[in-house]
Ligand binder design. Structure first.
Ligand SMILES: [Ca+2]
Ligand SMILES: [Ca+2]
Length: 284
């Protein structure tokens, strides 16, 4: 009897787990770090990850090891990313945490998986007064190792106004090290992501920026050894309300931007046109 009971519990748990993962994907709006954004792949095996605001739970694929990470009392997870950040294929779980009643996070946690399948905290880095809120990874310089990109809402010494700012770090000697603190793009922006639009196997930083008159455009930046340089941009739109990567079943990916089409918000494919031009699909 107990055996069947356990089977039922397992089935229910699996179903709940599936729903939670689905809910998680909705909540994060898909971080798009890996092909399988809720699986941590390590040399010690694959682990399914369920991440909600107050915990991350990892389950080995044979179901034998379960390990739970909690950000702490009255703290929550603001954003996360699963990615390798070294020259190995071992994924880590990168988490922005902070006080649960705040709008922005204040800490970075880097979490790995030990050989026995347990969660191990590899780094806790305070980002107090930096207001981190978005984390992602990309191989910015094309050396085969992913860098960490964190968006902060803060002032800088040379630009003392509160603004969204991208920071890029690389992982070395068990910690993060600044690779780019340029902290400004050409214009103020609402969001950005990394995507290889021109097909040269290097991802560009693609941002939704504001023009002075309030309209918006897409601006693509390429890494030029010491920083990002704008290499292509779109025409201006009244409003660009979102940017996302969509991967279809065959593994092919597309970049989509959300714009207003005849009074309706629609996701439109972004393409690289002739030199320096980003086209939204269907555009003349
Ligand atoms: Ca790199
Ligand atoms: Ca590229």
């Amino acid at each position: 009897m107990l055996k069947y009971k356990n089977k039922i519990i397992l089935a229910v748990t699996t179903a709940v787990f599936g729903i939670l993962i689905f809910a998680t994907a909705l909540w994060t709006g898909n971080n798009g770090c890996g092909e399988e954004s809720n699986v941590i792949c390590t040399s010690n095996g694959k682990f399914e990850v369920e991440i909600l605001e107050n915990h991350a739970r990892m389950l080995s694929q044979d179901g034998k090891t379960e390990s739970i990470y909690m950000p702490g009392e009255e703290k929550k997870i603001f954003d996360y990313c699963i990615s390798s950040i070294t020259n190995t294929l071992d994924d880590k779980l990168l988490i922005i945490t902070g006080d649960s009643d705040e709008y922005y996070g204040n800490e970075l946690q880097v979490i790995g998986i030990s050989p026995d399948g347990e969660i191990c905290k590899e780094l806790t880095k305070s980002m107090k007064d930096m207001n981190p809120h978005d984390i992602n990874t990309s191989d910015v310089d094309g050396d085969g190792i992913f860098e960490i990109s964190i968006t902060m809402y803060k002032k800088t010494r040379f630009h003392p106004v509160m603004a969204e700012r991208p920071y890029i770090y690389y992982w070395s000697e068990d910690s993060i090290n600044p690779m780019w603190r340029g902290s400004r793009l050409s214009r103020p922006f609402s969001e950005y992501l990394f995507y290889d639009l021109d097909g040269d196997k290097r991802e560009e930083l693609i941002a939704i920026e504001y023009l002075e008159n309030g309209s918006q455009l897409l601006n693509a930046y390429s890494w030029k050894g010491f920083g990002f340089e704008s290499t292509a941009y779109s025409t201006a739109y009244d409003e660009i309300t979102g940017l996302k990567k969509r991967v279809d079943k065959s593994g092919a990916s597309r970049l989509l931007a959300q714009i207003d089409v005849d009074g309706k918000a629609e996701w439109i494919e972004v393409e690289h046109g002739e030199e320096g031009v980003l086209k939204l699909h269907g555009e003349k």
